[in-house]
Design a protein around this ligand. Structure first.
Ligand SMILES: *Cc1c(COP(=O)(O)O)cnc(C)c1O
Length: 246
């Protein structure tokens, strides 16, 4: 998770609501609280690739009744106020993003198995991290104190000075060995949002993000791996990094 306390504090100073994007962090933990319950609004996606899939759809939560009423009006009631039995007045822009009963039923069933799945996922990710931690030039993800991280994707980073290839070539070699992964540069907004103005200036400015992403490959981690899969993946990382070490 982001370090939420300073974000919330800054927002409070300026009277801004904090909207948490929890799409890949359902039940992630921050200082004893869970993702989506730290800011003012938590937004979730339940699409097929997320931690809790219902096939499609999503959810927004808040403990502020006015915020919930505004979300409902905009996203469910097509911009209408309820005027009692079967009456309504459309007085704003709104949509019909209703979440169906079938998806809801699937979601409730998924919610029951989610904690066990997440525990398995975290155990396997920690096993993998421990196996690759001593490989020269590999930078493993660090989970800050007081946080529960769920490893939706596994980001593997390289100290590129130690290797003869860049992260993209490293990713190709790992994939050829069976660990299907891809570079992470897409996450740099100017790369993925090509319609934005001043993209070149942003690329110059975003030094930390660029450094971080340039050395990263990632893939969708899953609780469906076996221990053997995780050990095989660690062996592939060792083999490929050895082959390309300076
Ligand atoms: C998937 C995802 C979204 C978008 O969710 P949709 O249900 O596809 O609209 C937004 N933010 C993050 C971080 C996501 O992973």
């Amino acid at each position: 998770m982001c370090d939420m306390d300073p974000i919330v504090e800054l927002a409070r100073q300026h009277d801004i609501l904090v909207v948490e994007d929890v799409c890949q962090a359902m039940l992630a933990g921050y200082k004893g609280r869970i993702a989506g319950g730290v800011g003012d609004i938590g937004c979730f996606s339940f699409d097929a690739g997320k931690l809790l899939p219902t096939d499609n759809g999503g959810m927004a939560i808040s403990d502020d009744a006015d915020v919930i009423a505004a979300i409902r009006k905009f996203a469910v009631d097509r911009g209408a106020d309820d005027l009692g039995p079967l009456g309504r007045e459309h007085n704003g822009i709104g949509f019909n993003y209703r979440f169906g009963d079938m998806e809801s039923a699937v979601g409730l069933a998924q919610l029951k198995i989610l904690p066990d799945q997440l525990k398995r996922r975290v155990d396997l990710a920690e096993r993998f991290t421990a196996k690759i931690a001593d490989i020269e030039g590999v930078i493993t993800p660090q989970v800050p104190e007081g946080q529960v991280h769920l490893h939706w994707l596994y980001p593997l980073q390289f100290d590129l000075k130690q290797f003869r290839v860049d992260a993209s070539q490293m990713g190709e070699a790992l994939s050829a060995e069976g660990l299907m992964c891809s570079p992470a540069m897409y996450y740099l907004i100017p790369h993925s949002h090509k319609f934005l103005p001043d993209r070149e200036a942003d690329l110059e400015r975003l030094v930390n993000a660029r450094t971080h992403l340039e050395r990263t490959v990632r893939w969708g981690f899953t609780e469906k791996y076996t221990e053997r899969d995780v050990d095989d993946m660690a062996a592939i990382v060792a083999k490929v990094t050895d082959a390309y070490r300076r």
